[in-house]
Ligand binder design. Structure first.
Ligand code: SPV
Ligand code: MG
Length: 431
């Protein structure tokens, strides 16, 4: 008997999947691969149920003879192992970004005479509704909040992009890149104090109040599902910080990062060019501990950010603080630097890791931007935050457009570099 293979990468079985199984049965014995969580989150949505539940769901489908685990997005290992006569898939994989997978399968099958079966993709109202519900579910606070911790165990590096609005949130949510059959997307979002303030035309000095910062979070949350790391600046007074933690946790934010500074906070990238005062260790530890005491779930993370390298207080001070903050309950350490070279960051990571192998390390490679995620991972980094690149790319583009319209007294000259009108009006999906 011939064998037909298909791979499911879904948290819900709908008529489209059943249709594939029905079609597959016409050709032979049906083997379904369930894509592992690690592979799934690289090019699809985060699963809304556990991997075991996804396996069980597929086992229950009538007509499925065997359920296997597919670990990788590309089918090489699966095809080598099962040598199916056919691989069946919805015809949506004929276009990017899935086309690379189809091309790879075609090549693998042709080596021994296997064939691809493309089934028309089921675009029905019901499928659309299920998809929408799935998205809404992932956006719920209870489901979103714990996802950062899950990502820390599933991803070598949690890639985090700055967002400050619904629109930038959509970019972080939807951008997927395919490169030689490898898929990638951002895992999480960073609500930067710098960019949130800049979007409002305000300086980054804790001037934009928490109510307004929460409004930004809400705008982002309304249109996204990915976890959020909030830039909590200094965290303010301990008496206020506990309220901030409570609110963020209730909203479904996954983590707050607070920096060990007091008084008028200025952006770290000013370094010692402006007056900035670092908090003392016992007081900052008290703040961390107060936040940890007030949180209600195990999901929420309080990450302590160390400004010793920024303020040129030396490596030992940074390390002493890191160990003290972890002892006070910090769920992670962010180490910051404004040097062009990543050397001091790497030295910190190596020294910290030699004592503490597991507390997550967060870095923001704005100045030391030549280092890759892989190299950072090799030194024990777990979260990389691209903290301001979206804002910095939009600003010069908008400024150029504004001056060109003034220069030419019309908009024709700028039109070529703009998003086409038909794209901007259909960019945002309606419910
Ligand atoms: C931010 O994005 O607001 C940060 C990171 O705090 S930095 O601007 O590098 O200080
Ligand atoms: Mg900030």
């Amino acid at each position: 008997m011939k064998t037909v293979y298909t791979c499911f990468c879904t948290s819900v079985i709908h008529e489209g999947h059943l249709n594939i199984i029905r079609e597959a049965q016409k050709y032979g014995k049906v083997i379904v691969g369930v894509l592992g969580d690690e592979a799934m989150i690289r090019f699809n949505r985060f699963p809304s149920v556990s991997f075991e539940e996804r396996l069980e769901m597929v086992r229950k489908i009538e007509g499925v003879s065997e359920v296997v685990v597919q670990e990788d997005i590309l089918y090489d290992r699966i095809i080598e192992k099962y040598r199916p006569d056919y691989v069946i898939h919805g015809d949506n994989w004929k276009s990017p970004p899935l086309k690379a997978i189809r091309d790879n399968v075609e090549k693998l099958l042709s080596a021994y005479g296997g064939k691809i079966i493309d089934v028309p993709y089921t675009y029905s109202e019901e499928v659309r509704r299920i998809d929408m519900r799935e998205k809404e579910k992932l956006a719920m606070p209870e489901l979103r909040r714990g996802r950062l911790k899950k990502l820390l165990s599933l991803r070598p590096v949690v890639k985090t992009l700055e967002v400050h609005s619904g629109l930038t949130g959509l970019i972080a949510e939807k951008t997927v890149v395919e490169q030689d059959g490898e898929y990638d997307q951002f895992d999480a979002m960073w609500i930067s104090s710098l960019c949130d303030s800049t979007a409002k035309g305000k300086p980054d000095i804790e001037l934009v109040d928490m109510t307004s910062r929460f409004r930004t979070i809400d705008d982002v949350m309304e249109v996204t599902t990915k976890p959020i790391i909030f830039d909590g600046d200094t965290g303010g007074l301990i008496e206020h910080f506990v309220y901030t933690v409570r609110s963020l946790e209730r909203m479904g934010v996954s983590a707050i990062i607070i920096e060990d500074k007091v008084g008028l906070k200025r952006n770290s990238l000013f370094g010692t060019e402006v007056e900035q005062q670092q908090d003392d260790i016992p007081h900052f530890c008290e703040k961390i501990a107060a936040g940890k005491r007030i949180q209600l779930t195990d999901d929420f993370m309080i990450i302590a950010r160390i400004e010793s390298l920024i303020l040129e207080r030396g490596m030992q001070d940074a390390l002493d603080r890191a160990f003290a903050y972890v002892k006070a309950g910090a769920d992670g350490i962010m180490i910051h630097s404004r040097k062009k070279s990543p050397d001091e960051i790497l030295e910190f990571c190596d020294k910290f890791r030699s004592v503490d192998p597991k507390t997550p390390i967060v870095v923001v490679p704005t100045s030391f931007n030549t280092i890759t995620e892989r190299e950072l991972h090799e030194h024990g980094v777990n979260i990389v935050i691209y903290a301001n690149q979206l804002t910095r790319s939009a600003f010069p583009a908008m400024q150029q457009t504004a001056s060109d319209i003034l220069r030419y007294h019309r908009a024709k000259e700028v039109d070529d570099r703009l998003l086409p009108i038909k794209d901007i009006i259909s960019l945002i999906e309606e419910l």
